[in-house]
Design a protein around this ligand. Structure first.
Ligand code: ZN
Length: 199
């Protein structure tokens, strides 16, 4: 058994080494193409690794391989996939690129707000559970109170954000249930991994 295991180990280590060396050999052969600022006239920006950037179409978001970072291939994509944009100038693509960036930023902030709202909802549910208050207190007292305070102290836009925190009785009930089953799960895991119970 020992021999078998050892043999398996040694063979797997050589297996590991071989591809590694061949990868480095391959990398030396492959030419890494760089992005040229001028490529924006073909409707392309770049993404990924700076040392081996991949062309990314500004119109459809498609990513091509680093090998395709040549005017002929970028042009082919533009003419075949977006013929209506084929005659646009650099300025047009620059504007599109800016627009894309703004949209991405907006999407990102939308995600973080909803994540924060979700987290806040859990925190409040925890407070309600700890104080042994009815689940309805979230929607009947806590949320209206928060909104009043925020409106006075911060402003109407901030109230809209606070309004995203769900504190309906059903939601609070679900959150408390989620948290208690999570605690129970963690406790069971800890008990199972503990070797002795008498400590
Ligand atoms: Zn495209």
């Amino acid at each position: 058994m020992d021999k078998f295991l050892r043999r398996k180990d040694s063979s797997s280590s050589t297996d590991d080494e071989e591809p590694r060396t061949s990868v480095t050999k391959n990398l030396k052969k492959v030419v890494k193409r760089k992005y040229d600022e001028d490529y924006i006239k073909y409707g392309f920006s770049w993404c990924g690794d700076e040392t081996a950037p991949r062309p990314q179409c500004i119109i459809c978001g498609d990513q091509l391989s680093n090998e395709s970072m040549v005017p002929s291939k970028l042009k082919r994509h533009l003419y075949s996939s977006h013929p209506s944009c084929a005659n646009k100038d650099k300025q047009y693509f620059k504007r599109c690129l800016e627009q894309n960036k703004k949209q991405k930023k907006f999407m990102k902030s939308a995600v973080t707000v909803s994540e924060k709202a979700l987290e806040a909802s859990y925190h409040v549910a925890k407070l309600i559970a700890r104080q042994k208050k009815p689940h309805t207190v979230g929607e009947t007292l806590i949320k209206p109170a928060c909104m009043k305070i925020v409106r006075l102290m911060l402003g109407p836009n901030e109230v809209k954000e606070v309004n995203k925190v769900s504190l309906f009785a059903d939601t609070v009930k679900r959150r408390i249930h989620d948290m208690s089953s999570d605690i129970l799960g963690t406790l069971i895991k800890k008990l199972l991994s503990a070797e002795k119970f008498d400590d």
